[in-house]
Design a protein around this ligand. Structure first.
Ligand code: 0RA
Length: 641
């Protein structure tokens, strides 16, 4: 039984003014993630109530306006009894900012130690906030605006049930946009269900009149199975390895891990603290990596499955490994306001020790599984060794003679000064042919891409470095790759992607961007990477010609011309670069005096975000990839050159 709770135990710390003054400090920002953070603050309180064993279901309602939310739980209900200053405890909780601290933990059996704390922040940032409590046979209600109560708590009826219902509408003067994204809410609830097995999470969307329920009895083992399925690659061993530890460290009452090797090349670790995802990992992620590496190395040392000549690196061990780790901490510390990264230093060692011990025990007790894992790791080590020797050959040749090593299909420029040289990477042979005819031979080189470009995000370094098309690009640029990259030997100071303005073209451009971002980030950082903008339409009006980039621009020009309506108007749509006359391509896209180029930039301060965006999108649905490049075309700096 928890110690009984009294109103006096809650100490008033601060008013809500600081929240309205600097919302970013409390919810990370006032953009879309910050807006949705309001929901998570409320839901997390209800989840806490459930984790303490007092609630079994939580419902999130997105109302018809798309701009307001209700969160309902069947917990004990926030207490409404009188606090020492005469106000109700409910009001104190909803108007007190518990800056960085927590309620006296002696009275609560919470894992996060922040019971009800975030609700005051949501209250402060809402133009309307209503709370309804069912408790002690009664219903109580209170309404707020901008964090200020409109009245006292009022008993409004009877109920045999208990629970808390919170309605809020974010303050539109604080947030950039207050419309919620149903998909975001759904995804978060979907994940939460795995982390709190047995807890029923309901999402009611009044916009679509749809209701979804998330309930996962299988917990993170089930989540891992889903991660593996989504990778579309078979597992290396059928049963995943799962570890549950209780009370190993006084500050970490619970920890759960599920892991499995797969034939996928990507390592994936989903990390959670107190049921909240940490997209940038942190000390629990570091701990699991360390523990797994140590356990596997110990197993290799004991059983010697690998030939002496085969060196096994930590990358080999991690290849294709899928992990879900969920830790529960009494006082979690995070880096970043949005709890993206766990920071408690003791967690690394603690997780590593438990994982190492449990994994070693498991491997030694399950020799079939252990064998399969060893084979998978050795396969990765062999592939890496093969690609390393291929890479060494490439760089040795380059030292001997850079020119000799150039790819056969490169039409190089005659200038040997990188400052004035440009490389056009062109999709397809026919487009490549046109570009060759239309180029300035002295300063412009053309490299046509024929085969399939690998998705550099999904494939291992080993595969990327032997892919013919990517290898040709590496050779043509002459500047090496990965750790060996150096702009000193870059042969062209402008590297320009020239692709069709259709979805295939966008796809290839996205794959190329991913490749450069992963393996030659400096090329982007130093401003050497560009995207060409070939026209999609040609409009002739008498003897005037307009080159038009997209539909929007076309419609605008046509509207203007309709107004005059004196001469004949004709519109031609280019099916692809291959169909364009060489002369046209030169005049619109190649000629430095007439063309427009987009310079590719990684937005400053957003490096981590760019990283996750690329990680998230490159693995999955092609339509998502398409919209990624379309949307981000706006964030590319536009330069006229
Ligand atoms: C403070 C004390 C108690 C419960 C809660 C807060 C509480 C907060 C939230 C927020 C959303 N749902 C909630 N449910 C409960 C303990 C009350 C007691 O001892 O009866």
């Amino acid at each position: 039984m928890a110690k009984s709770y009294t109103a006096q135990d809650i100490s008033v710390l601060e008013g809500l003014e600081p929240v309205r003054k600097r919302p970013g400090m409390y919810i990370g920002g006032t953009g879309k993630p910050g807006l949705h953070h309001l929901i998570w603050e409320i839901v997390d309180n209800s989840v806490d109530e459930a984790m303490n064993g007092h609630a079994t279901a939580i419902e999130v309602v997105l109302h018809k306006d798309g701009e307001s939310i209700t969160v309902i739980d069947n917990g004990r209900g926030i207490p409404v009894d009188k606090y020492k200053d005469g106000r109700s405890v409910l009001e104190v909780i909803l108007t007190t900012l518990h800056a960085g601290g927590k309620f006296d933990p002696g009275n609560y059996e919470t894992s996060g130690g922040l019971h009800g704390v975030g609700s005051s922040v949501v209250n402060a940032l809402s133009s309307d906030f209503q709370v309804l409590i069912k408790r002690d046979g009664k219903v109580y209600e209170q309404a707020y605006q901008f964090g200020k109560p409109l009245d006292k708590v009022k008993a409004s009826g009877k109920s045999t049930r208990t629970g808390t219902e919170i309605f809020f509408r974010p303050d539109e003067t604080i947030f950039e946009d207050i419309s919620f994204d149903a998909e975001w809410i759904e995804k978060r609830l979907d994940y939460s269900a795995y982390l709190h097995p047995g807890l029923k999470l309901i999402f009611k969307n009044e916009l679509t009149k749809k209701k979804k329920e998330f309930l996962q009895e299988g917990g993170i083992v089930e989540l891992l199975a889903r991660v593996q399925k989504e990778s579309k690659q078979p597992p290396v061993h059928i049963d995943s390895i799962s570890i549950q530890a209780k009370g190993s460290h006084p500050e970490m009452p619970r920890m759960e891990v599920a892991l499995q090797w797969t034939e996928d090349t990507k390592e994936e670790i989903l990390a959670f603290t107190n049921g909240v995802p940490n997209p940038f990992g942190g000390t629990h992620e570091a701990g699991i990596r360390d523990g797994v590496l140590k356990a596997v190395r110990a197993y290799f040392d004991l059983h010697n499955p690998a030939p002496k000549s085969l060196a096994i690196s930590s990358e080999d061990i991690r290849e294709g490994l899928k992990v879900v780790i969920s830790v529960f901490l009494v006082a979690p510390q995070f880096q970043g306001q949005k709890k993206e990264k766990l920071n408690n230093p003791f967690v690394k060692g603690s997780v590593s020790t438990i994982v190492r011990q449990e994994m070693e025990r498991y491997l030694n007790g399950h020799s079939n599984t252990a064998d399969a894992i060893c084979q998978r790791i050795m396969q990765a080590a062999k592939a890496r060794a093969a690609s390393r020797s291929a890479m060494q050959k490439i760089s040795r040749k380059r030292v001997l003679n850079t020119r000799l090593n150039l790819p056969g299909k490169l039409a190089d420029c005659s200038s040997s000064s990188p400052e004035e040289s440009e490389l056009f990477i062109v999709e397809g042979d026919s487009a490549g042919g046109n570009a060759k005819q239309g180029r300035n031979r002295r300063t412009q080189a053309i490299l046509p891409l024929r085969g399939k470009v690998l998705n550099a995000q999904r494939e291992s370094f080993a595969k990327v470095s032997v892919n013919k098309e990517l290898k040709d690009i590496i050779d043509a640029l002459g500047c090496g790759i990965g750790d060996n990259f150096s702009t000193k030997s870059l042969r062209y100071h402008k590297v320009i992607l020239l692709m069709d303005a259709d979805s295939d073209g966008h796809h290839i451009a996205t794959l190329m961007l991913t490749f450069f971002y992963r393996y030659m980030p400096e090329l982007i950082e130093k401003g050497h990477l560009y995207i060409a903008q070939p026209p999609l339409f040609r409009i002739d009006y008498g003897n005037e010609t307009f080159w038009v980039l997209d539909e929007k621009q076309r419609d605008k020009i046509l509207k203007d011309l309709e107004g005059k309506r004196k001469k004949k108007i004709s519109v031609q749509r280019f099916k692809g670069l291959g169909e364009m006359m060489a002369r046209t391509l030169k005049d619109t896209t190649l000629d430095p005096d007439k063309r427009r180029l987009l310079r590719v930039e990684i937005p400053k301060g957003d490096e981590e975000e760019t990283d996750t965006v690329i990680c998230d999108l490159m693995g999955k649905d092609p339509s998502v990839r398409f919209s990624f490049i379309m949307e981000n075309a706006e964030t590319l700096a536009e330069v006229d050159l």
